[in-house]
Design a protein around this ligand. Sequence first.
Ligand SMILES: C[S@@+](CC[C@H](N)C(=O)[O-])C[C@H]1O[C@@H](n2cnc3c(N)ncnc32)[C@H](O)[C@@H]1O
Length: 187
Amino acid sequence: MAINHHVSAYVDLILSDMPEPRVIVDATLGNGRDTLKLMQRFPRARLYAFDIQKRALEISRQRLLSHGITEGFTFYCASHEAIPRFVDRPVDLCLFNLGYLPGGDKKVHTTPRKTIQGIEGALSILSPGGRILVTLYPGSLPGKIESIEVEAYVRGLDQKKTTVMSVAPLNQKNQPPYLLVLSPYQG
Ligand SMILES: C[S@@+](CC[C@H](N)C(=O)[O-])C[C@H]1O[C@@H](n2cnc3c(N)ncnc32)[C@H](O)[C@@H]1O
């Protein structure tokens, strides 16, 4: 597969190297582009998605319907720190694509505290070979603050319990998005 400087290529790279997930969580549904890609790529998976904006759920439902996808997903208008309350089975793949709803209110940005609580919750129900992918956007001030705090949190995770990787472009100008990959330690 082609490697380029888009963070979505890093996500594809990580996805291409994992067994087919059965349970997927999209922790930041937004306009539903990630959810659509995941459902097209893994049509047998069950997907649960979260967003605090009702509008995001409506747009995403419409996006899936327009691609003929009518089942296999459940959307919650809820904050991602509540993931373990809604998803009662082991999660194989969980995506956090941080920031604000593209085309929406930029002030409704993901926040460090809730993102960290969300990652903690997702880790608590991650299957043994599961992965959490977190896309960070340090190019804006709220995104920068969030990147610093989320990175500090994941750096502090016990290496005997969780493997944490960063996939970041090194020769791109400004402050490009990058990806964190978390997975239960497998020895
Ligand atoms: C960058 S967008 C996600 C992009 C999306 N995955 C897509 O494919 O279009 C970030 C989304 O996170 C949502 N969000 C912000 N805080 C949240 C929270 N605490 N829990 C769940 N979603 C949240 C925002 O409403 C916004 O829609």
